[in-house]
Design a protein around this ligand. Structure first.
Ligand SMILES: Nc1ncnc2c1ncn2[C@@H]1O[C@H](COP(=O)(O)OP(=O)(O)OP(=O)(O)O)[C@@H](O)[C@H]1O
Length: 376
């Protein structure tokens, strides 16, 4: 992964909070994760996203020490915690865990839950640390309550305080907001991110929610079928997806066969854009178009037709069928609705430089062995 630590002087010499080098885990003949490469600088909050079964939980379990890798090396704050010969037990890894169901101890009150992992500290320091953590998550007034006397959001804050109490090098958060209802989720998410930032804690947050992955992560790791497809800043993952899978998984995307000739990208809807640096090219590609890049203009002589509408509140998603039978989608403002059947001219918003694919991989430079048409 392109995971160079920030260049600031404070962190330039510090080892990454977490590294995975060639980490592989198989379950019998089934692939859990394969050859994971990841380096997370201290203080980052990385979101881990991918479809069900892609290996997110396996990755967290390997880092936490709940699984042993079959191959590769894991380090936490510069210390090897797992490799071919070494295996550090979970309680000695400086890794904190926050689960979806909060997993608080029901028979312990809030203060005792937070105190749980601090048994190595003298009692007075323990008390002080618990007090500091409860202040941090704004729950000091509920210190004597038991988990069943708390709301879902409060339980989540206790779980976070408990994970942070022993000053872990990394906190792993496994879908921490998914059991909260929609109205609460946004606030708890903002509070959690603020707490992690305030304490400078490095976090790895697993989520199923693409908006959450993009909005919360300083970096987004997209997994598919046990491998990392792309690990990058959110803007790059969305605007410059590395693969066809990432393009389709992170946001809506449609794909059209296209052609680049003398730096001009054309497809069924006409000229899409210029492709700087492709002046000598004559190659077939697929172009990735996102609904916010696709513009529609009603025109009686147009061959494309609006084929379906979806009202999303702020926007109306228009599905358009082209003459070839292929479809594109276009976001329109909430007050624009072209009825089904309307003939429309389809264009791409000015300034768009869409992702180009050859096979399943994005290309930014002309492919060497690209197909060239036979000239008569
Ligand atoms: N204990 C196990 N025994 C056998 N196979 C397993 C085991 N745990 C995970 N797997 C398999 O490893 C792969 C990765 O699973 P994992 O739980 O890491 O996926 P995930 O991305 O967390 O999925 P989800 O989003 O549904 O929780 C899957 O194919 C899964 O069936």
């Amino acid at each position: 992964m392109e995971g160079a630590p920030p260049t600031g002087s404070a962190t330039a010499c510090a080892p990454p909070a977490l590294t995975l080098e060639g980490v592989t885990k198989r379950y019998g003949s089934a692939r859990g994760v394969e050859s994971l490469e990841l380096a997370i600088p201290a203080g980052e909050l990385v979101t881990l996203i991918g479809p069900s079964g892609c290996g997110k939980s396996t990755t967290l379990r390997l880092v936490a020490g709940l699984e042993r890798p079959d191959a590769g090396r894991i380090t936490v704050a510069g210390d090897v915690v797992a490799d071919r010969t070494r295996f550090v037990n979970p309680e000695n890894r400086r890794v904190g865990l926050v689960f979806q169901d909060h997993a608080l101890f029901p028979h312990l009150n809030v203060a005792r839950n937070v105190e749980f992992g601090l048994d190595r500290l003298p009692r007075s320091e323990r008390r002080k640390r618990v007090g500091d953590l409860l202040d941090l998550v704004q729950l000091a007034h509920l210190a004597e309550r038991y988990p069943h006397e708390l709301s879902g959001g409060e339980q989540q804050r206790v779980a976070l305080a408990r994970a942070l109490a022993p000053r872990p090098a990394v906190v792993l958060l496994d879908e921490p907001f998914s059991s909260l209802d929609e109205s609460l989720r946004g606030q708890v998410r903002r509070d959690t991110v603020a707490t992690l930032r305030e304490t400078g804690t490095t976090g790895v947050l697993v989520t199923h929610d693409q908006t959450e992955a993009l909005s919360v992560g300083t970096r987004v790791v997209v997994m598919h079928d046990g491998v990392i497809e792309q690990a990058d800043i959110p803007e790059k993952v969305f605007e410059q997806p590395a693969t066809r899978f990432v393009a389709s998984f992170m946001g809506d995307a449609d794909f059209l066969p296209a052609h680049v000739h003398r730096a001009l990208l054309t497809c069924e809807i006409g000229v899409v854009s210029t492709v700087p640096g492709w002046a000598d090219s004559d190659v077939d590609v697929d172009v990735v178009l996102r609904p916010h890049e696709v513009a529609l203009t009603p025109a009686t002589d147009a061959t494309a037709r609006v084929s379906a509408l979806e009202y999303h509140g702020a926007f109306v998603l228009h599905h358009v069928t082209l003459a070839s039978g292929r479809t594109l989608r276009s976001w329109q403002p909430h007050d624009v609705r072209y009825p089904v059947g309307t003939p429309v001219t389809v264009t791409v918003a000015a300034g768009t430089h869409p992702t180009l694919l050859v096979g399943d991989r994005a290309v930014t430079t002309p492919p060497r062995n690209a197909p060239r048409p036979v000239t008569p």
